[in-house]
Design a protein around this ligand. Structure first.
Ligand code: GLA
Length: 468
């Protein structure tokens, strides 16, 4: 009983407006926690990412993940004009035949800066061995933003590499570049960005996934706790100068939401004619299926002087690149509840109901499957994520029975939460069949401390479908 009451509360926050009352398309909005698709209808794989804008185009650089290990699989680049439609450009730094970015090494958190003096593009990254015991910051260079980037090796300070792991970069308004490290070290880059000239703070903060940005003369430093791929409540510091002192300000998302199930990677300012919106970019990791199932949590930050918050989670919102203004968007469409007689359940599914507002069907038996045939062009699936949820295999077939999409979604969340877990690409209007089955696997990880994290079971839940 208590469990479902909790779910109900989170559900009503996630969808504070009834799903079927507002008309709004899914397109051109930013949707957190579901797969994004590129122009080939492949899922966007760019994690631990950063964005660089050139002209009117945003370039997203990230880890091109795989599903069997953390081994380096290249850094990807996608482009977009609106932050909703992403075009796959290329793997702009491919796996190297040997050295620090070969296929038995780790490469993470690529961030690209354009050097204002030379015009060269410099990519910075964390390189490591598979046990994360040999961390070194490296860099790569390219004359064009979309690569190919040539890996140059370690970034040196006084002739020695920086032996730290999570990193980010920051370019100040005067063009000066900085390298920001977990555990609070901050370095000034040389004029060509290819080495480090000075360490300007040390141990200023204690975090992983460090991010620095500036608004109105105040520097913000975001980071996460040290829980590996597991989520935690991220926090931030502020300072009037990069040298510090850095003042701890606490969490920026409500405590217990675990930063809406994400880890910081970048903050992207969208400067328009009326406003500048700072977009928090986070990763919702899913080891080992990081390519298939990790997703993105991008939210508008609210900033008042040195107060930084994401007070409410907007799973669906949109931003005008022209004006810089953002607004909440809603999910709409025809709602098909999980007890609809047209849904065909195979295997042992159970049905839970709580009052009139909430119910779900769930199964934890590997291979248990549900199918539903619908007419439309897009289907979304709302499920109840919780700490015992695992991976669901989702496939869509067209009217001829041909499989046109196959994805694996992760239904894990440390606390119960009903949200959109899957949203298909837009297909031509027609008849389609969606099937969702229990894969029988779940995400897991052993943290650096040796603590194990991950789901306790492999269950899958369906609350409702939304069809457009
Ligand atoms: C942390 C880091 C990630 C990655 C994982 C590996 O989450 O922020 O970039 O290195 O640890 O455990």
């Amino acid at each position: 009983m208590t469990y479902y009451k909790t779910v109900l509360i989170v559900f009503s926050i996630s969808f504070s407006i009834p799903l079927n009352l507002l008309a709004q398309s899914f397109t051109k909005t930013i949707i957190s926690g579901v797969h994004w698709y590129d122009q080939h209808q492949n899922t966007v794989s760019a994690h631990g990412a950063g964005v660089l804008k050139e002209g009117t185009t945003f370039y997203l650089f990230g880890e091109f993940k795989r599903d069997d290990s953390n081994a380096f699989n290249g850094f990807s680049c996608y482009s977009s004009k609106n932050l909703s439609d992403w075009k796959f450009e290329n793997v702009v730094l491919p796996v190297q035949s040997n050295g620090r970015l070969s296929n038995d090494k780790v490469g993470e958190r690529p961030k690209v800066l354009k050097n204002p003096k030379t015009g060269e593009y410099i990519m910075f990254m964390h390189t490591d061995d598979l046990n994360y015991k040999d961390p070194v910051v490296g860099y790569a260079t390219s004359n064009t933003i979309d690569g190919t980037y040539q890996f140059q090796g370690p970034l040196l300070f006084k002739g020695k590499p920086i032996k730290r792991w999570d990193m980010g970069v920051f370019q100040d308004s005067d063009g000066q570049g900085y390298l920001v490290m977990h555990h609070g070290d901050l370095y000034r880059l040389s004029a060509d960005y290819k080495s480090i000239t000075q360490q300007i703070t040390t141990q200023a903060t204690k975090c992983e996934s460090p991010v620095i940005f500036k608004k109105n003369g105040i520097y913000f430093w975001l980071g996460s706790g040290l829980t590996g791929w597991e989520r935690n409540d991220n926090f931030y510091y502020t300072a009037k100068s990069l040298e510090g002192p850095w003042e701890y300000q606490g969490t920026f998302a409500p405590k217990g939401t675990l930063t809406y199930n994400s880890q910081s990677t970048f903050v992207l300012p969208i400067k328009g004619s009326k406003d500048t919106t700072y977009v928090y970019m986070g990763d919702r990791w899913s080891h080992p299926k990081q390519n298939a199932s990790a997703t993105y949590v991008w939210q508008p930050l609210q900033i008042h002087e040195k107060r930084l918050t994401i007070p409410e989670f907007f799973q669906n919102w949109k931003i005008s690149i022209q004006t810089g203004e953002w607004e909440k968007a809603c999910f709409t469409g025809k709602i098909i509840e999980n007890n609809d007689p047209e849904i065909n359940y195979e295997g042992s599914w159970e049905h839970h109901t709580q009052g009139e507002d909430f119910s779900d069907s769930y199964a934890n038996e590997e291979g248990a499957k549900l199918t539903y045939t619908f007419e439309g062009s897009q289907i979304g699936m709302v499920g109840v994520a919780s700490s015992d949820k695992g991976y669901a295999q989702v496939t869509i077939q067209n009217a001829k029975g041909k499989e046109i999409l196959s994805n694996v979604i992760d239904m894990y969340c440390k606390y119960p939460e009903a949200s959109l877990k899957f949203l298909s690409p837009k297909f031509p209007k027609g008849i389609y069949t969606i099937s969702i089955s229990v894969l029988g696997e779940h995400w897991f990880w052993t943290e650096k401390s040796g603590k194990k994290s991950g789901s306790s079971d492999v269950s899958v839940s369906l609350d409702k479908f939304i069809i457009n």
